[in-house]
Design a protein around this ligand. Structure first.
Ligand SMILES: Cc1ncc(COP(=O)(O)O)c(C=O)c1O
Length: 412
């Protein structure tokens, strides 16, 4: 008789695990109604009175930053940061292969050239050694991504940046509530950029935020998101060529509700994953990412663990995913597929971008062997909402994985 659900056996998980996503409550309802009835549906000139300003201040404080500028979305947050930091055509910016493509396309959208480098196989984050090896005289900055919400090795990256005179913009799109040595991700460098798209652990459906501790950068970010205006100057006085990247009051009304729950949710995820990791270590053929000392809280967008085919009866990760899916636990592979393999890079589809006297590299020749291998064979991801329940949910998830391992012969 088959034991595995994929072969007709009983399913391990036949109820919802964690919570459904997105979550909303009374604060969102009240805030949305307040905006509706106020007749003030944009941040406008009265910046201090707006929901957007309240959200900027609240979120910046939550992530340990001094200043926040709310933006339309996470992609444009990175574009805005690149403009504020003064990137010029043909400047080279180093980013990881394992990320969502927007980390790199935001560079191209401001005529900079993303140089894609490999990840560290231990924690799946951008490799400091690979950053160092990719630096040329055209390099101006680094965009480390707290990939999956796991805080990057910021000490090494800061050291490299300061030795080469480079700026750092953190892509913290996955890292709301994550902390590096006790300090909020996104507040650890020149500028931190967040996404509030619906899947993220803090969401307004769409949205973004730039954080900084630098007053001059905060003024530039504000101006670049507000058609070149400067706070405190006449409303129709425009100082720089800039777009309208303002967040709406509706988005901020919703984001403020999520912000109230973020601390508790981050603690729940953290507690559950620590428990889950213990269980994973007991199952042959899978292992957690072993947390580096600097990881004081990992509030992930997706949680990665490792699958080792050779210790798992030789089956592929794909087969493991199918069997686990049949048991009721869906796994993915996050954003591990190396971004430079997208047609936009391999076919050089930059659109109207122009790079001055520099040209993007031949992305087909950029080698990221660790990212390639992990994307193809090893990396497994679980969505953050699964970790918002109790330990009994963790037990069920572990039970499903252990069952597939124990009966792997059925998959031969
Ligand atoms: C790492 C990373 N950077 C940037 C973005 C872009 O954010 P948005 O979708 O809000 O434009 C995303 C979105 O998923 C992301 O995952």
């Amino acid at each position: 008789m088959a034991k595995l659900a994929i072969n007709g056996g009983p399913r391990t998980i036949d109820r919802q695990i964690g919570k459904s996503w997105p979550i909303h409550g009374e604060t969102e309802r009240a805030n949305l109604l307040e905006v509706l009835e106020s007749g003030h549906w944009w941040r406008g000139g009265e910046a201090e009175a707006s929901m957007v300003a309240r959200f900027e201040q609240g979120f910046a404080a939550f992530q340990d930053a001094k200043y926040g500028v709310a933006i339309t979305n996470g992609t444009q947050a990175i574009e805005c940061a690149l403009k504020a930091i003064g990137v010029k055509p043909g400047d080279e910016v180093i980013c990881p292969a394992a990320t969502f493509v927007a980390t790199a396309t935001a560079c191209i959208l401001v005529n900079a050239i993303p140089i894609v480098v490999d990840i560290d196989p231990a924690n799946y984050q951008i490799s400091p050694a690979a950053i160092e090896a990719a630096i040329t005289e055209r390099t101006v900055g680094i965009i480390p991504v707290h990939y999956g919400g796991y805080p990057v090795d910021m000490a090494s990256i800061r050291e490299i940046a300061s030795r080469h005179g480079l700026w750092i913009i953190e892509d913290a799109a996955h890292a709301h509530g994550s902390t590096w040595n006790g300090q909020g991700c996104g507040s650890l460098s020149d500028i931190g950029c967040f996404s509030l798209q619906m899947g993220k652990t803090l969401t307004a459906g769409e949205g973004g935020v730039c954080l900084t501790n630098d007053e001059a950068l905060a003024e530039k970010l504000f101006s670049f998101h507000h058609i070149g205006r400067f706070a405190g100057r006449p409303f129709y006085e425009h100082h720089i060529v800039a777009s309208n990247l303002r967040m709406t009051e509706w988005q901020a009304a919703v984001a403020l509700g999520g912000l109230e729950r973020l601390e508790e949710q981050a603690e729940t995820r953290n507690r559950n994953t620590l428990y889950f990791e213990k269980g994973l270590r007991e199952i042959e053929g899978v292992s957690p990412i072993e947390r580096d000392d600097w990881v004081t809280r990992w509030n992930f967008y997706f949680y990665h663990f490792k699958f080792h085919s050779e210790q798992f009866g030789g089956i592929s990760r794909q087969r493991f995913a199918e069997a686990l899916g049949a048991e009721g636990l869906g796994i993915g592979s996050g954003h591990l597929h190396p971004i430079q393999k997208n047609p936009l890079f391999t076919e050089r589809n930059w659109g109207p971008a122009c790079f001055g006297d520099n040209e993007p590299p031949d992305y087909l020749s950029i080698q990221t062997p660790e990212c390639d291998r992990i994307a193809a064979e090893e990396g497994c991801s679980l969505t953050h909402r699964l970790f918002l329940g109790g330990t009994e949910d963790m037990d069920l998830m572990l039970e499903a994985i252990a069952k597939v391992r124990e009966n792997v012969a059925e998959l031969g």
